[in-house]
Design a protein around this ligand. Structure first.
Ligand SMILES: [Zn+2]
Ligand SMILES: [Zn+2]
Length: 306
């Protein structure tokens, strides 16, 4: 069934069912439309390791899968910072992996670029959601440098579910108040621009090698520790100092732009993921954390002249 439905250039896999649903309704193929409607339930952007992604990819020819995963899903985000044993599980069944913090980043709603909407309507007859517009750490369209839109500035309308709003609004007009949907310009700091660039680069990466071990080895080497966990007081002290410096490197504004959920820590707002054992220990047995944290960690290490 799913192999009947193709993806448009750069289309976001999670949201594509919205467009397929609309197409099947227009073609009055009732049974397909009914099936597609069931696929829309509960679909939110940024479902790392979702069964939907594996379900769709499993319908493709094997030689197409890796390419489609890199072009249309968040597969490199899901797999790049897993431990070896987790990567083995991921290869067999991505949805068997649960990543902590998927719901705590700033990606809460499907987003679009006004220029892409106009171009896609002109070229394909419909606007659609792009994978690169749903990436954590990304605030602008990578093609047009336009700030991404996720709600109506005038009336507050936004997409609550793909079942209600299958596509970005036609002509970029608010379906609630009929005004043109405007993007809100945001000034990104150097750090945020760096994270935006690296998030796009990670999403497009075809390099599936382990990124976790080299990164955490660098973290530990930066405070004079070997890569293996030692369970000593000296190790704990050095890693606590490292963690405090990592947190201090980011302003509260930056952290609150990147995360929708923050907690108080030493008199400031942070994401609790910034203190996860996963950024200090390769062997940590807690669940994998959101890869956005590793983009932040890489940037901090680079700033240290590492
Ligand atoms: Zn665009
Ligand atoms: Zn509106």
């Amino acid at each position: 069934m799913m192999s009947l439905f193709q993806l448009l250039p750069d289309e976001d896999l999670i949201s594509a069912a919205g467009r397929w649903y609309l197409m099947t309704r227009v073609g009055s193929a009732y049974s397909s439309a009914h099936y597609m409607a069931t696929l829309l339930n509960g679909r939110m952007p940024h479902h790392l390791c979702s069964t939907v992604t594996s379900q769709y990819l499993s319908e493709l020819r094997i030689d197409d899968r890796a390419k489609k995963a890199v072009e249309h899903s968040l597969a490199p985000f899901e797999s790049s910072f897993l431990r070896d044993d987790e990567r083995d599980i991921y290869q067999r069944s991505p949805s068997a992996i649960t990543i902590t913090g998927v719901r705590s980043t700033h990606i809460q709603r499907f987003r679009w670029c006004a220029v892409c909407v106009m171009n896609d309507e002109a070229t394909f007859g419909v606007p659609y959601f792009h994978r690169n517009h749903q990436l954590p750490g990304v605030f602008h369209c990578d093609k047009h440098q336009e700030p991404l839109i996720e709600s109506c500035f005038a009336c507050g309308w936004h997409i609550t579910s793909l079942a209600k709003q299958n596509l970005p609004p036609f002509d970029n007009i608010c379906p609630n108040c009929n005004r043109s949907l405007e993007s809100v310009e945001i000034q990104l700091s150097d750090s945020m621009q760096n994270i935006q660039r690296n998030s796009l680069a990670l999403a497009r990466s075809t390099d599936c090698t382990d990124r976790l071990t080299p990164l955490i080895t660098r973290v530990r080497a930066s405070v004079g520790l070997s890569s293996a966990q030692q369970n000593t007081q000296a190790e704990r002290k050095r890693l606590t100092e490292f963690c405090d410096a990592f947190i201090d490197f980011y302003s509260e504004d930056e952290i609150e732009s990147l995360f929708s959920q923050v907690v108080d820590f030493k008199g400031r707002k942070i994401s609790k993921l910034m203190r996860s054992p996963r950024i200090k220990f390769i062997e940590s047995r807690v669940a994998p954390i959101h890869p956005l944290l590793y983009l932040m960690l890489s940037l901090f290490l680079a700033s240290q002249g590492d």
